[in-house]
Design a binder for this molecule. Structure first.
Ligand code: ZN
Length: 435
């Protein structure tokens, strides 16, 4: 059983399943009534949809509501989604727009307070204590990572270094000189920090860092293990998205058997990405979330695009909330090559376990195949070593993915290092998502 200090809100995170579901029903019912009354988008959408119940009687009634999609948000002005008067908006954040245009979301004062509390849950669950010092290397600004972690850390009573992302040499100096014990960053940026430190012959094992809190993008288990070793720390995975609130939706506990969803505020379903059918517990599909306590812009049945599964079995940590598996990839990033589904995370996993290459790569879809451009660790590589390394990667990719891909080894400066979220698929002229 996890020590009590790792659970920030004991009553919310460990309430009985029965009580939690009663609370979810009350909150869903209230949210449904509220959006029907106040949110132009939902009033119109629900009136058009014959299957919509008049009132929510059970949690199962949620399944009869239509989905809300990223395209719905993009194709309507922000105020069509507002459940509060515009004067009550305290802040805006936006998605990074890695898969298209950014989505802009509004927050009220109540949302900001709730958000800080939920991020405090995340940090406590990762093992962060009031005596720690957090270096927050998520980007500050429109992206919800920077300010989300900042206010969560302050709520927990932890000192924060609001360094934001970028300027990696300075990041490393701060880690060493200010003795940060926790770093918050995307896994892609942690890789960059490890690489830059190694290039400068700085041993991160000398820094007092002990925890990294990652999120914002999927991270393969291979990359996690490699980074834990290179940086000599423990990595806690978290999940969140700006449309729902930002970081604070779910987090790993010390058991590392999935991410606990803060279900008192977010109701989770997993659906078949093609048909939209709700899948049974344990089956992998697309995560759908309803932010039933959100004040400014609550969303019902929002399709996150992230692929995972749900697990409601008991967790040793004492939390009673459902867990979601670590995200295996985004629906948009799935490539189909000769009938086989491929996610960039599978490629990352193989690279993380192969010496001589970095985990910085780019996938270029071509007719009936994929070209994987992989950055080598060495700036110059002779022909013999290149061909040995490429054929080793080819074999490993084949056994991990069941496919023969084309490998192209490139020197370090060829691909940009990712200081935020990594974008792995080169959607250039010939690129299509299906080969
Ligand atoms: Zn747990």
């Amino acid at each position: 059983m996890t020590a009590r200090r790792e659970i920030w809100d004991m009553s919310a995170e460990t309430m009985s399943r029965d009580r939690l579901e009663r609370l979810q029903l009350v909150r869903l019912r209230r949210c449904y009534r509220r959006v029907n009354r106040r949110v132009p988008f939902y009033r119109h959408r629900f009136s058009e949809h014959a299957d919509c119940p008049k009132n929510i009687e059970t949690l199962g009634d949620l399944h009869h509501l239509p989905f809300t999609t990223k395209e719905d948000i993009l194709s309507h002005p922000t105020d069509h989604f507002l459940a509060i008067s515009p004067e009550r908006i305290l802040r805006f954040h936006a998605t990074s727009g890695t898969t298209g245009h950014p989505l802009v979301m509004a927050y009220s004062s109540r949302d900001i307070d709730l958000w800080a509390d939920l991020v405090a849950r995340v940090l406590a669950s990762a093992g962060v204590r009031a005596t720690d010092i957090i270096q927050n290397a998520y980007s500050y600004g429109l992206f919800s990572g920077g300010l989300g972690y900042h206010y969560g850390a302050e709520k927990l009573g932890v000192a924060v270094i609001p360094i934001s992302s970028g300027n990696t040499r300075r990041q490393i100096q701060f880690l060493l000189n200010q003795k940060a014990t926790v770093i918050c960053a995307t896994s892609s940026y942690l890789s960059v920090i490890a690489e830059v430190a190694e290039e400068a012959h700085i041993d991160c094992k000398d820094a007092p860092l002990r925890i990294a809190v990652i999120g914002g993008e999927p991270c393969s288990e291979g990359l996690r293990m490699q980074l834990e070793d290179r940086l000599s720390l423990r990595i806690a995975d978290t999940f969140g998205l700006t449309e729902i609130i930002g970081p604070g939706v779910s987090m790993e506990c010390s058991e590392r058997n999935g991410l606990h969803i803060n279900e008192d505020h977010f109701i989770a379903e997993v659906v078949d990405p093609e048909t939209g059918r709700v899948l049974p517990e344990g089956e992998t599909g697309e995560l759908v979330l309803s932010s039933v306590t959100k004040d400014a812009m609550p969303l019902l049945r929002y399709r996150t695009g992230d692929l995972t599964f749900l697990d409601r079995t008991a967790c040793e940590c004492g939390r009673t909330t459902a867990r979601m598996g670590r995200v295996i990839g985004r629906r948009d990033d799935m490539l189909v090559v000769r009938g086989v589904n491929v996610f960039p995370g599978q490629i990352e996993h193989v690279l993380a376990e192969t010496s001589g290459v970095t985990t910085n790569f780019e996938v270029v879809p071509r007719a009936r195949t994929l070209v994987v451009r992989v950055v080598s660790t060495e700036p110059i590589i002779d022909e013999k070593n290149r061909s040995q390394l490429e054929s080793k990667l080819l074999g490993r990719m084949h056994s991990a993915l069941g496919l023969r891909l084309d490998i192209e080894l490139v020197p370090p400066a060829t691909l940009k290092r990712n200081e935020g979220k990594a974008s792995r698929i080169a959607r250039d002229s010939e690129a299509t998502s299906t080969c």
